[in-house]
Design a protein around this ligand. Sequence first.
Ligand SMILES: Nc1ncnc2c1ncn2[C@@H]1O[C@H](COP(=O)(O)OP(=O)(O)OP(=O)(O)O)[C@@H](O)[C@H]1O
Length: 333
Amino acid sequence: MEHGIIARDLGKTFTVRTGLFGRRVEKTAVHGLSLEVPPGRVTGLLGLNGAGKTTTIKMMSTLLRPTSGTVRVDGLDTVADARAVRRRINLIAGGERMVYAQMTGRENLHYFARLYGLPGALRRRRAQELLDVVGLSEAGDTLVERYSRGMAQRLSIARGLVNDPDYLLLDEPTLGLDAPIARELRQLVANLVRGGKGVLLTSHYLAEVEELCEHVYVISAGRHLTEGSPAELTATAGCHRTVRVTVRDASAAVAATVAEFAGRLGTRAEETVDADGALVVSMAHPDEIAGPLVTAIVAAGGTITDLTVTNPSLEDAIVTLTDGAPRPEVAVS
Ligand SMILES: Nc1ncnc2c1ncn2[C@@H]1O[C@H](COP(=O)(O)OP(=O)(O)OP(=O)(O)O)[C@@H](O)[C@H]1O
């Protein structure tokens, strides 16, 4: 049997009214996207604002009908078999309030479990299990209006698990959360994936995507731009590891040595002066050059006070990859 969420040539065109006379024009938000969300791993979907992430997720979760293409969930079609698909997936959108403030956490979970047709005893058991999973057992009988934002968000995650979905679509799940709560949620997602669930994640926090995702799709203006693991994307973007050496009281001889060193390797050394007046030299490919660079600086009489090697981040890569990429052609406010 086919496993995973598989989108093929997915497209979505909206009809919008524009201008003084409300003329109808067609705007395409997603153009022929193909992507896969296999079980047991977190797949990322990245793009600038308006790139089409939410539209794609809505089509994958049966909330929007694709204009073209198909989405299959373990072989079931999101249009023809929508009810069966809804039993296997769930969607959690961090930006939206997805629970009722006038009910307790437990009542919310009972309510949503009932919508999924779970029988009474199972509803009660599932609600308790989920309160435990998201760390809300003690607050289970408190009204949600008295929850902090982080607690409400955790309850939204529990709500998204009420039908024990095989696949979770997470649209900005940590939006606006404090760092420790966001970290807890990441751990929860990692545990769910270890348990075999497939997750699709969109997030503006690229460090989060880097930490969780094995494979990332980058889209721009509704089109596939590139894909790969975070490491592959940073390599594709040409972002390198760099070494940064800080030299106290650097003489002209040190600066000349650095320039000569870089010239000999046919590479570039970036030289700046920090707030304390120390010379800061940055160069790419530290594995080969850090040792000889330090030796050359010391031989020229420089005193090294700091040496740092940095890996390029996914954020660096996305900035590079989307720089100059087409802007969305749909702009509706
Ligand atoms: N119901 C709609 N009617 C018309 N246009 C829409 C509709 N929904 C989305 N769009 C347009 O489709 C494009 C893609 O929007 P979408 O919300 O999918 O992007 P996104 O990548 O999720 O952006 P963001 O990061 O800002 O949430 C945008 O230009 C948006 O204005």
